[in-house]
Design a protein around this ligand. Sequence first.
Ligand SMILES: Nc1ncnc2c1ncn2[C@@H]1O[C@H](COP(=O)(O)OP(=O)(O)O)[C@@H](O)[C@H]1O
Ligand SMILES: [Mg+2]
Length: 257
Amino acid sequence: MSESATVLEVRAMTRRFGGLVAVNNVSFNVAQGEIFGLIGPNGAGKTTLFNLITGLIPPSDGKLLYLGEDLTNRPPYKIAARGIARTFQNIRLFGELSALRNVMIAQHIHTRSNVLTGVFGLPRARREEAISRRKSIELLDLVGLLDRADEKAINFSYGDQRRLEIARALALEPSLLLLDEPAAGMNSNEKHELSEFIRRIRERFNLTVLLIEHHVPLVMGLCDRIAVLHFGQMIALGDPANVRNDPAVIEAYLGDE
Ligand SMILES: Nc1ncnc2c1ncn2[C@@H]1O[C@H](COP(=O)(O)OP(=O)(O)O)[C@@H](O)[C@H]1O
Ligand SMILES: [Mg+2]
């Protein structure tokens, strides 16, 4: 990665839950096109950091800038509309809906039809529905789930549900994609494919990716840079080789493996 523009700035971000400091004065920048890894033991504050970046919870302190714009304290839908999409560690799909519907629902942020045009079935709503369907089918194809488009999400394996969540996030046409433990529940073959897949979608959609992942080989092989969280604090930041050999990281995290 050379001289790419900064897209995301996390500045002195802190989040307290009562007496617990889940994210403690964390700062880093992410460059356009980077695959940026976030690792650390369970409870280190990784998901909380994602929740802060996507506006699900407000920070106790600190700032969030995206493409130079201050997004601190914006609600999730406004942050999503700026092009930041995510998947969840605890998968959040509509289990009773088909895979196709799960992806189509996400696109409503991009369709202009309101309740009235929907109710009266006006031509624009129909047209938008058709476009949304076609785009969703393309995304399902991309994640390898096209042949199961009409199946209920609840019937999918964890690995397939995670792929479906990625398709749904991509339906928002993000420029920054946050993936919270996307390899959890996948077998080693699926993990390897996931790695390739993340690279592919980065190219195809011109994405910047933030990735929380426990599987160390996947993180080391895939990420341009890695930040290590430990009890809410960032204890290391650098390229995979540097982070891997950092004594503080080995003691806090990698040593347990
Ligand atoms: N909504 C919340 N209320 C209280 N404590 C929370 C909440 N969310 C997270 N925490 C706590 O913050 C710490 C960091 O959690 P989390 O960000 O989920 O860690 P990680 O994703 O790195 O495993 C944990 O101690 C967790 O129990
Ligand atoms: Mg987590």
